[in-house]
Design a binder for this molecule. Structure first.
Ligand SMILES: Cc1cc2nc3c(=O)[nH]c(=O)nc-3n(C[C@H](O)[C@H](O)[C@H](O)COP(=O)(O)OP(=O)(O)OC[C@H]3O[C@@H](n4cnc5c(N)ncnc54)[C@H](O)[C@@H]3O)c2cc1C
Length: 533
C-alpha cells in the first residue's frame, strides 16, 4: 500500500494552526493537522479573548495595530456568532499615567483603526455621563472616553476553523503530539506522531511541515535542528462569577500597566499581566501566584471599588509567543508576526514556522503561511477565501423566541447554544427526543444533544474537550453539577471503561481546580477541598 504524502503537515492546533489548515484545505491542498491537546487549548485559550486591534501598540508598533484591526474586521465578518461588540469606557482619574488630552489624542489616532473592524469612533464623557453609564466607578473619576472592541469565544473560533478545514478535506488529529521529525537526506519529509490517548505512534509524510506551535515553536523547530527565537511572556487573568460592570473598562495597574475588564458571557474577565516566562507553557496555570491575582484585582478595584465584593472564581494564564528582542521591557515587545522559511534561515528545507502575532491577525498570518507554502511546493491552487467565506454556522442570528417553537428549549438557552454553534444549532437538535434536551449543565445550557454533536461532528475525545467545545463546567460551579453526568454520557457514547471514566473525571476536576486554587483565600480553601473530595 502506498503511504499518503500530504502537501502540508501542520504541528499545533491553536488559532494559527487551525486557521492555516482551513486556508490550505480550502485552496485544495491535502492537509494533516496535529494538536497535542485540543483546538485552542494553548495560548489561544489563555488570551484575553478579544479580537482587538491592539490599541496599546499604537505607541511603538503602528503597523501591527493597523494589520490586526483590519484582520479583526474580517474575522468578525466570517464569525459573527462567536464574536460580539464590547463597548469600553476608559475612565480618567486624577494622577493617571495618561492625561485626558493625551488619552483623547491617542484614541483619535485609534479611531481609523477601530473603523476597520466595524467599531464606533471614540466619544468624550463628562463625569456625570460616565457615572450614569457605570455608577460603580470610583468617586474620584473625572470623566471617561469610549471605544469599541470585540469579544470572542476563542475555543469555538479555533474549533470552527478546524471543522471547516475538515469539511474541506483536511485530516485532523487532536490529542496527538508530534514527537519527532523525519528526514530524507537534508530535506524534512514528515513527522512521527503519537496519539496521547491510545499511545499509537506512526509516521506521516508531508511535502512541507508547518510549525504552528505558538510558545512551543522553539521546541518544535529544535526537533528539526532549526531555531525560532521567542521571548515568551506569561499573562494571567482573573474571572469573576458575574458581570461586575455594565461595560468593558480600560484599567491602569499600580505600575501604570494598561489592563482590561471585559464582560464575557455571564462573567467578567480582568487582565492581564506580562512577564518573561521560560517554564513549560502547558503548565503555566500552575505557576499563577497570589501576588499576580492581587495585582489584577487591585487594578479592577481602583476603577470599580465594588470589584472587591464579588467572587473571583478562577485565574488562568497563557504564554505569549512574542518574537525575541533584547533590551526592551515585556510590555514594549512588538506583537508583529513572521513566517519563517527555515530553508533560508537554518538550511532545513521543508520547514516553515508561524511566530509572533496576535489572535486578531491569525487569518492573515495563516494566509501568508499558505502563500509561502504554495511558492515552495507549486501546484494549481484556488485563491485564498478565508477573509470572506463564513465559518460553519455563521448565519444571521434568528429570533430566539421563534426558534424556541422549533426546538423546545428556553429562548435564553438557545441563544447561548447559538453563540457556540450558530446555525448548526438546528443540526444539533434535528431528530432530538426529550432525553436529548434534558439539561446536563443549567448555567451554560448544555444538553446531551450538543455533547453528542461535538463528539460525532467535532471529534471531542476527552471530558476536558467538552469544556472548550460545549462549555461543560464553564459556569460558576466549575463542573460540580455537570462534570459527572457529562462523563457518564460521554462514556456511553465512546464506550469507556469505568476506569477511563473515573480518570477523565479526575483529570477534569484537577484542571478546574488548578484555576480555582489561586483565587481562594483562607478558610475557603479548606471548604473547597472538602467539596472537591
Ligand atoms: C495573556 C495573553 C493575552 C492575549 N490576549 C490577546 C487578545 O485579547 N487578542 C489577541 O488578538 N491576541 C491576544 N494574545 C495573543 C494570542 O493569544 C496569540 O497570538 C495566539 O493565540 C497564538 O496562537 P497560536 O496558534 O500561535 O498558539 P497556541 O494557541 O499556543 O497554539 C499552539 C498549539 O501547538 C500545540 N503543540 C505544541 N507542540 C506540539 C507538538 N509537538 N505536537 C502537536 N501539537 C503541539 C499546543 O498544544 C498548542 O495548542 C494574548 C496572549 C496572551 C498570552
Amino acid at each position: 500500500m502506498r503511504t499518503m504524502v500530504y502537501d502540508l503537515v501542520i504541528i499545533g492546533g491553536g488559532i494559527n494552526g487551525t486557521g492555516t489548515a482551513r486556508d490550505a484545505a480550502l485552496r485544495g491542498m491535502s492537509v494533516a493537522l496535529f494538536e497535542r491537546e485540543d483546538w485552542g487549548a494553548g495560548t489561544t485559550g489563555g488570551s484575553t479573548r478579544m479580537v482587538h486591534g491592539g490599541m496599546r501598540y499604537l505607541l511603538y508598533d503602528i503597523a501591527t495595530t493597523r494589520l490586526s484591526s483590519e484582520d479583526a474586521g474580517r474575522i468578525r465578518g466570517i464569525a459573527p456568532h462567536v464574536t460580539w461588540r464590547i463597548p469600553f469606557l476608559w475612565p480618567l482619574f486624577p494622577g493617571s499615567r495618561f492625561m485626558r488630552e493625551a488619552t483623547e489624542a491617542f484614541l483619535s489616532a485609534y479611531d481609523p483603526m477601530a473603523k476597520r473592524k466595524g467599531g464606533l469612533q471614540h466619544a468624550r464623557l463628562s463625569r456625570e455621563d460616565a457615572l450614569a453609564l457605570e455608577p460603580g466607578l470610583a468617586a474620584e473619576v473625572e470623566g471617561a472616553l469610549t471605544l469599541d472592541e470585540w469579544g470572542c469565544d476563542v475555543y469555538r473560533l479555533a474549533a470552527l476553523n478546524a471543522l471547516d478545514a475538515k469539511e474541506a478535506g483536511a485530516e485532523l488529529y487532536p490529542h496527538t503530539e508530534v514527537v519527532d521529525v523525519l528526514f530524507s537526506g537534508r530535506d524534512l519529509r514528515g513527522v512521527r506522531a503519537r496519539d496521547r490517548i491510545t499511545g499509537r505512534e506512526w509516521d506521516v509524510e508531508g511535502r512541507l511541515v508547518v510549525n504552528a506551535g505558538g510558545p512551543w515553536a522553539g521546541r518544535v523547530a529544535a526537533l528539526a535542528g532549526a531555531t525560532c527565537a521567542l521571548r515568551p511572556g506569561k499573562g494571567i487573568h482573573v474571572t469573576f462569577e458575574r458581570r461586575i460592570g455594565n461595560y468593558g473598562l480600560i484599567l491602569e495597574g499600580r505600575d501604570g500597566r494598561t489592563m482590561f475588564l471585559v464582560p464575557h458571557g455571564a462573567e467578567t474577565i480582568v487582565g492581564t499581566t506580562d512577564d518573561d516566562y521560560y517554564g513549560d507553557p502547558a503548565r503555566v496555570s500552575l505557576d499563577i501566584t497570589r501576588d499576580e491575582v492581587e495585582y489584577v484585582i487591585e487594578a479592577a478595584a481602583y476603577a470599580l471599588p465594588q470589584a472587591r465584593q464579588w467572587r473571583p472564581i478562577r485565574a488562568w494564564a497563557g504564554v505569549r509567543n512574542t518574537l525575541f528582542e533584547w533590551g526592551v521591557g515585556e510590555d514594549a515587545l512588538s506583537r508583529r508576526h513572521e513566517i519563517l522559511d527555515h530553508e533560508e534561515r537554518d538550511n532545513v528545507p521543508g520547514l516553515i514556522s508561524i511566530v509572533g502575532g496576535k489572535l486578531a491577525s491569525y487569518r492573515i498570518q495563516a494566509e501568508e503561511a499558505v502563500d509561502l507554502a504554495l511558492k515552495k511546493i507549486p501546484r494549481p491552487a484556488a485563491a485564498c477565501q478565508t477573509g470572506t467565506r463564513p465559518l460553519p454556522g455563521a448565519e444571521a442570528q434568528p429570533d430566539f423566541i421563534a426558534l424556541a417553537r422549533e426546538i423546545p428549549l428556553p429562548p435564553a438557552a438557545l441563544e447561548r447554544i447559538w453563540r457556540r454553534h450558530g446555525s448548526r444549532t438546528r443540526d444539533i437538535f434535528r431528530d432530538a427526543g426529550p432525553d436529548d434536551l434534558a439539561p446536563i449543565c443549567r448555567s451554560e445550557a448544555v444538553t446531551p444533544a450538543e455533547i453528542r454533536y461535538v463528539i460525532e461532528v467535532e471529534g471531542c475525545r476527552t471530558l476536558g474537550d467538552l469544556f472548550r467545545h460545549a462549555h461543560v463546567g464553564a459556569g460558576s460551579c466549575d463542573g460540580a453539577d455537570c462534570a459527572a453526568p457529562a462523563a457518564l454520557f460521554m462514556s456511553e457514547l465512546l464506550d469507556w471503561t469505568p476506569e477511563r471514566t473515573r480518570a477523565e473525571l479526575d483529570a477534569f476536576r484537577d484542571e478546574r481546580w488548578s484555576e480555582r486554587r489561586p483565587v481562594l483565600r483562607g478558610a475557603t480553601i479548606a471548604a473547597e477541598e472538602v467539596v472537591r473530595g
